[in-house]
Design a protein. Structure first.
Length: 186
């Protein structure tokens, strides 16, 4: 058992369920992109690193990976609505089939910004894969082709998701005890 478990109130999605879902998503993506040339997976640092690592190994097609870092949260638990590009792509995506890989969609502001910014670079196609979505928090409409789980409006950590930079290495997706983050969003 993880030494971080004392900070956890509840395991929302256990690791085995996540792995099964990632496998299903990988198989679906493999079917959908079979006819295309090299798929480019774009992971959104830092939260997407774990799902990126697992998902890419479930896609049975030649593919490449690249990363962007776009941050909207800072150290708090709620979105500031301010999206900053901290690191841009290394690849030219014009004419490429691009799939953005995210850990979670909350307000949708990060992805809607990213989507607009990548579309302007004229990819052959652009879709979104997100492991988690919190529909109750959505502020902008977003078309998500590959979605793992819809979850309630709880602050979750683990499997890439952090609180103040920590807990990303928890294998399960967990709800933290309120006292860990002072009980209030910052
Ligand atoms: C989190 C999460 C998504 C984004 C979702 O990232 O990983 O990228 O917020 O929120 P939104 O839909 O309200 O925009 P965060 O900004 O915390 O950076 P991180 O991935 O480095 O933790
Ligand atoms: Mn993120
Ligand atoms: Mg974060």
């Amino acid at each position: 058992m993880s030494s971080m478990m004392p900070d956890v109130q509840e395991v929302l999605i256990p690791s085995e369920e996540i792995q099964q879902k990632v496998k299903d998503l990988g198989e679906q993506i493999t079917r959908d992109y079979r006819e295309h040339r090299r798929l480019l997976l774009v992971g959104v640092l830092r939260g997407a690193v774990i799902v990126m690592g697992d998902l890419m190994r479930r896609i049975d097609l030649p593919c490449e990976i690249d990363f962007m870092e776009v941050s909207s949260y800072g150290a708090g638990t709620t979105s500031s609505g301010v999206v900053r590009i901290l690191k841009d792509l290394e690849e030219d995506i014009s004419g490429r089939h691009v799939l953005i890989v995210e850990d979670i969609i909350d307000t949708g502001l990060t992805l809607s910004y990213l989507r607009r910014s990548l579309l302007a670079r004229k990819p052959a196609s652009l879709e979104i894969c997100a492991l988690l979505s919190k529909p109750a928090r959505r502020r902008v409409e977003l078309d998500v082709k590959y979605l793992g789980f819809e979850i309630p409006d709880e602050f979750v950590v683990g499997y890439g998701l952090d609180y103040a930079g920590c807990y990303r290495n928890l294998p399960d997706i967990c709800i933290l005890k309120p006292e860990v983050f002072g009980g209030a969003a910052s």
